[in-house]
Each structure stands twice: as structure tokens, then as C-alpha cells.
Design a protein around this ligand. Structure first.
Ligand code: GMT
Length: 378
């Protein structure tokens, strides 16, 4: 199949999932066309069957807001015609599902029918999409998609609760390529991160308020009072300054490494003993799954889709949002005993197997095939 993938090219989870999906589909013989405004961060190589088409939005002084949707829908029309793309898979409803619908309508005028699969990722529904300013357009574009998927049952439930949805929503979980998390690094690389006797605690996110990074700091502060430990904070975002100030206030600044946006997540996770994800809301928690695939147990909140990924008492523990005392207790329980830590590490990797790329990607292929077949009949 010739598949067009529209996504955000950034470090965010939806862009990562879209990119990994495209790469896996290309390995399975499909021709993939990424269409977005920058080369996706996890897309290192383009090849015979992986292409990248950049959407340019020329600056025009009259426009207070540059019309990205317009440029995207025009680019989609051009790319579908030029490359014979058979199906468009858009990740994150805003504005991708809307732009794809406009492209589809323009193409129909030229007797070309290209169906749209929309994947909902989380904040496009729970934070941004349900805002009254956007809700009508988001509802419309979900209902006009030829197929809709959500990355967790929890996100499907939220979508049905927050919007008037007439379309069926298929749950297709996020996935992980376990081979990419086969820790192959040497101990001397670990020594660059922490001393041998120090436990390594990690948090990876875009440091936005929804991630509750301040809870990460409080839990870590409690942990390091009981045992030698280092905190790896990976990612960039609006909370960073506030978090740095809090670390200084608590006197733990020298125990926290602010690593920024990193392409070495697999290495950092390989040496981590515990992953913290205390989010306020989280449709899935891809970062937690990446940690688990690297054999890192997870201490998380019990919100949204996280309980579908992190299994309480097996791959880690779940606590109510903001319950720092419970998160600390659970963290110390896992970290306090080498054998127990080893068991949780093995369980984490074992739990991640359920989300193996080779199990999940065929579910998307089936959706593409069914959608194309359905559209041929119409
Ligand atoms: O806030 C983020 O984590 C980024 C955001 C995105 O859209 O890129 O992530 C969302 O999609 C990820 C991939 O499906 C999910 O794993 C995250 O849980 C989800 N984030 C939220 O729901 C807050």
C-alpha cells in the first residue's frame, strides 16, 4: 500500500508513534510518505520506500496567524496525486484530521478518493480538542474520518464522553520495538551518569504542567534522603525553570541532571532503576512503555490509560494523582532490595511484550485494508 502519514515531527509521543509506525510499515513492504513541517525526529533515514515531504507555510505580513492547515491540505492534494497515495493516516486530530478532510474533498473534485484514518493521541481530545473553541471542528473531523483509532480504551471512553461521536472508534494500543531496547551499553557508559552505589531514577517528558514534574522532584527528594540516588530529567518544556528553582531550594540540584531533548533515551533507560510518571492526565504513557521495554519499573499515577500499561504490583505501582507519600513508599519498596528490584525489572520487560510492534502494527494494516475495501464498495 502507498500510505501518507501526517504527524507532528517533534519529540512528543504522537510523532514518535507515527514515525515508528511508518518505519515498521515500510519494513513490511509498504511505501510510506511522511508529510509534515519538519523531518520527524525519529526518522533518521529516508529510503526507497520511506519519503518525507515538507509542508512550507510562507510568511505573509497580512496574516497574524500563518494558515498551516491550508498549506497542509494543499500539500496532501499534491502528494496524493504525484505519488498515488492510497490512504492517509493522520496522527493527532488537531489540525491534521481537519486538513485531511479538506484534501479529501478537493481530491473528490478530481475523481480521486483517498480515505482518512485518524488516530487520537490524548491531548487532542482531553486538553486542547475539547476546548469550546475547537470542539465543533474536532467533532466534525472525527465523524468525517473513514476510520478512527484511539491509543487506549481510556482515550476512547474520554472521546465518547467529551464529543458527540457517530463513528466507531477502534482501540489500537501504542507499541514498542523491543529490539531497540535491548540494553547493549557498557558499564563505563553508566559511570558517566552516576556512581556505582547510586540508584538512577528517570523522568522523560515535555515538562508541561500536565506531567506534574514537581511531583517527580518531591518523590526524588524523599528517595535520596534514604539512599544514594541521581535523577535524570529528560526533555524540555515550560516547567523547566520552575523545576530547577525547586531543586536548588531543596538542595538537590547537584543530584539532578537536566539532560534536555535527547536522542539517547535508550542509553539513559538502559541504566535506570526506576521511572517516574506522576501525570495529571495521560492517554497512554508511551514514555512508561519505553521504560518498561528497557526493564525499568514504573511509579506512576493511576490516571487515564496508564493502568492499561503499568500493572500495579507487577511492572511497578500506581498511585492517585498527587499522592507523593504513596509514590515515595512504592519507590523505596522497589529500590530498597536488590532482588526485589531485579524481579520488578524482569516483570516490567515482560509486561511490555504485550505491546510488541509485531503484534500491534498488523492491527493498523487490517484497518487500512478494511477501510480501503469499504470505500471501494461506496
Ligand atoms: O504530552 C505528551 O506526552 C505528548 C502527547 C503527544 O500528543 O505527542 O502525548 C500523547 O500521545 C502519546 C502517544 O500516543 C501518549 O503516550 C501520551 O500519553 C499522550 N499524552 C497525554 O495524554 C498527556
Amino acid at each position: 500500500m502507498k500510505i501518507g502519514i501526517v504527524c507532528y515531527p517533534t519529540f512528543g509521543g504522537s510523532g514518535v508513534v507515527a514515525t515508528e509506525l511508518g518505519l515498521e510499515l515500510s519494513k513490511r513492504g509498504h511505501e510510506i510518505h511522511f508529510i509534515t513541517y519538519n523531518q520527524p525526529v525519529r526518522l533518521e533515514l529516508v529510503s526507497n520506500n520511506v519519503h518525507y515531504h515538507e509542508v512550507n507555510v510562507p510568511e505573509y505580513p497580512l496574516f497574524h496567524y500563518q494558515p498551516y492547515e491550508l498549506a497542509l491540505s494543499s500539500k496532501l492534494v499534491d502528494m496524493v496525486k504525484l505519488h498515488g497515495i492510497e490512504i492517509l493516516h493522520v496522527h493527532y486530530a488537531i489540525p491534521h484530521a481537519y486538513a485531511a478532510y479538506m484534501a479529501k474533498k478537493m481530491l473528490i473534485e478530481e475523481n480521486i478518493y483517498v480515505p482518512i484514518v485518524t488516530t487520537l493521541h490524548g491531548t487532542d481530545i482531553t486538553l486542547v480538542g475539547s476546548h469550546p473553541f475547537y470542539r465543533p471542528a474536532v467533532t466534525f473531523s472525527i465523524n468525517k474520518s473513514d476510520a478512527v483509532t484511539a491509543v487506549s480504551q481510556s482515550l476512547k471512553d474520554d472521546t465518547l464522553r467529551l464529543f458527540d461521536i457517530k463513528n466507531e472508534i477502534n482501540v489500537v494500543s501504542n507499541f514498542i520495538d523491543l529490539d531497540k531496547h535491548d540494553c547493549k551499553f557498557t558499564d563505563c557508559q553508566r559511570s558517566l551518569m552516576a556512581k556505582e552505589n547510586e540508584r538512577i531514577i528517570t523522568h522523560i517528558s515535555n515538562l508541561r504542567p500536565v506531567k506534574r514534574v514537581e511531583d517527580v522532584i518531591e518523590v526524588f527528594y524523599n528517595i535520596q534522603k534514604e539512599m544514594p540516588a541521581k535523577l535524570m530529567l529528560v526533555g524540555e518544556g515550560p516547567e523547566r525553570e520552575r523545576i530547577e528553582a525547586r531543586c536548588m531550594e531543596l538542595g538537590i540540584y547537584n543530584k539532578v541532571a537536566f539532560l534536555g531533548k535527547s536522542n539517547e533515551i535508550d542509553k539513559i533507560l538502559c541504566f535506570s532503576d526506576l521511572f517516574l510518571l506522576p501525570s495529571q492526565s495521560e492517554s497512554f504513557g508511551l514514555a512508561a512503555l519505553e521504560a518498561m521495554a528497557s526493564s525499568v519499573p514504573v511509579i506512576s499515577s493511576n490516571t487515564g490509560g496508564i493502568p492499561e500499561v503499568n500493572i500495579h504490583g507487577v511492572s511497578g505501582f500506581l498511585s492517585d494523582v498527587g499522592d507523593i507519600a504513596d509514590m515515595t513508599k512504592n519507590a523505596l519498596y522497589i529500590l530498597g532490595d536488590d532482588d526485589r528490584l531485579k524481579t520488578f525489572k524482569e516483570n516490567a520487560r515482560q509486561t511490555a511484550l504485550k505491546f510488541d510492534v509485531h503484534t500491534i502494527v498488523p492491527q493498523y494494516e487490517k484497518i487500512y485494508e478494511d477501510t480501503l475495501a469499504k470505500c471501494l464498495v461506496l
